[in-house]
Design a protein around this ligand. Structure first.
Ligand code: GRF
Length: 210
C-alpha cells in the first residue's frame, strides 16, 4: 500500500512510521511511504523525510495560491486549495492511502470522496470526546485536564467530511494523573501514539488488501 503522510509539526508520528518500515523491510511492511506533504514549510517533518530519502512537498496555501491571494483568502478557500493540491499530488504519486499524522489543515472537497475509506487521522484524545474544530495539539490536553478526566489516550479514525467524526479504527488509553501538566500528559500519550499510528496503517492495509 503506497501511502502519503501529511504532517504540520515535529513529525514524531511520521518518524514512527519510517522506523517501522525500515525495521520490517519491504517484504514484511504492509505500507511504503511514497511521499510526505507538509502545510508548513518550517515543519520538521520535512527534514525527517529528507533524512529518510522520502520525497516531500510543501502544500501551504502560500505555496499553492501565491502569497497575495492566500493573504486574502478565507479559511474554507485555503482548506479547499490545500486539499485539491493534495489530491493532485496523490494522483501523481499513485497513492493508495493517506495518513494524517498531525496535519492541521482540515481537508475538504473532492479529495475526501476520491480517497473515501482510505484516509486515516491520529487524534490525541479518546474520541468522540475532545474532538472537533479547535481541538488540536495542547488544546486537547488542556481540555482533558480541565474536565478532570481520569483517562485519555489517542484515536486512529477514518476521515470523512466532518472534523474528527469518521469511523474509529483503534484507541489506546493512558491514565490522567492528579499532578499531570499538559506536557506530562502529552508525553504519556505520545508514546502510545507512536504504536497506534503503525497499528492503524497496518489495520487499514489489512482492511483494504487482505
Ligand atoms: C500528535 O499529537 C497527533 O495526535 C496530533 O498532532 C500531533 C502530531 O505530533 N494530531 P507529531 O508532529 O507527529 O510529533
Amino acid at each position: 500500500m503506497n501511502i502519503a503522510v501529511l504532517a504540520s509539526g515535529g513529525g514524531t508520528n511520521l518518524q514512527a512510521l519510517i522506523d517501522n518500515e525500515k525495521s520490517l523491510g519491504p517484504s514484511f511492511c504492509p505500507y511504503y511511504i511514497s511521499c510526505v506533504f507538509c502545510d508548513k514549510k518550517s515543519s520538521y517533518a520535512l527534514q525527517r523525510a529528507e533524512k529518510a530519502q522520502i520525497s516531500s512537498e510543501v502544500v501551504s496555501p502560500y505555496a499553492i495560491m501565491g502569497s497575495e491571494i492566500a493573504k486574502n483568502a478565507s479559511q474554507s478557500e485555503k482548506r479547499l486549495a490545500v486539499s485539491n493540491r493534495c489530491l493532485e499530488l496523490c494522483t501523481s504519486y499513485n497513492i493508495d492511502a493517506v495518513v494524517l499524522a498531525g496535519f492541521l489543515t482540515v481537508l475538504a472537497g473532492p479529495f475526501l470522496d476520491k480517497y473515501s475509506g482510505r484516509i486515516i487521522n491520529i487524534h490525541p484524545a479518546l474520541l468522540p470526546k475532545f474532538g472537533g474544530e479547535g481541538m488540536w495539539g495542547n488544546n486537547v490536553h488542556r481540555a482533558v485536564l480541565a474536565a478532570q478526566e481520569k483517562e485519555s489516550g489517542c484515536t486512529i479514525h477514518l476521515v470523512d467530511h466532518g472534523c474528527d467524526t469518521g469511523r474509529i479504527l483503534l484507541q489506546k488509553k493512558v491514565p490522567v494523573l492528579a499532578d499531570d501538566t499538559v506536557e506530562s500528559l502529552y508525553a504519556r500519550i505520545a508514546i502510545e501514539e507512536h504504536k497506534a499510528i503503525v497499528e492503524g496503517v497496518t489495520l487499514l492495509a489489512n482492511e483494504l488488501y487482505y
